[in-house]
Ligand binder design. Structure first.
Ligand code: ADP
Length: 165
């Protein structure tokens, strides 16, 4: 059974992430969406909220997906979950250097061989990032193009709380 891992912060999950989840789930028997919980990072949404938003978006249409969380080294999480393939999404050239660093570092750290594979972002998601979505939300812009409709209320709610602070 080929198990792949797609890891990220998903703060919040965007249509760009969902596109990678959708496409990569067709390439493997199982796809684990691994939500990073790094205590040094300032997230808008806590871990449970981020996992729940992903679940809302994928629940009905994709069956071979598991949503989990991890902290610490991604390679250890992959070993524990019997996965040898890490999926990443590549947007513009600016992603490349960081992704190369990550892929090479992971292959050095891994006790068992792991491969990183890259899926190119779809044209409509090429310049989409979770941080841009948060900026748009803070400025009361339209979110429909960037986020799954099921999580737009969650993002609007959180935006209100953040603006109140
Ligand atoms: P990170 O904290 O690693 O930046 P992200 O959740 O932002 O986590 O991204 C996780 C993965 O999703 C990365 O491989 C990133 O390149 C990819 N990704 C992010 N946005 C998009 C997008 N719009 N289209 C395709 N892939 C994307």
């Amino acid at each position: 059974m080929k198990v792949a891992v797609y890891a990220g912060s998903f703060d919040p999950v965007t249509k760009g992430h969902l596109d990678i989840i959708n496409r990569s789930s067709k390439l493997f028997d199982k796809l684990i969406v691994a939500v990073l919980n790094n205590s040094n990072k300032n997230y808008w949404f806590n871990l449970e909220e981020r996992k729940e938003m992903i679940a809302k978006c994928v629940a009905t249409n994709i069956k071979n997906i598991e949503i989990k969380s991890f902290n610490g080294l991604l390679v250890n999480f992959m070993h524990e979950n019997d996965s040898e393939v890490l999926v990443r999404g590549l947007r513009a050239v600016s992603d490349y250097e960081y992704e190369l660093q990550l892929a090479l570092t992971n292959s050095v750290l891994a006790d068992k061989p792991i491969e990183t594979i890259f899926l190119t972002a779809s044209r409509e998601n090429l310049y989409l990032s979770a941080s841009i979505v948060k900026d748009i939300a803070l400025n009361n812009g339209r979110l429909e193009e960037f986020l799954h409709e099921k999580i737009i209320p969650d993002v609007k709610e959180k935006t209100k709380l953040i603006l109140k602070k």
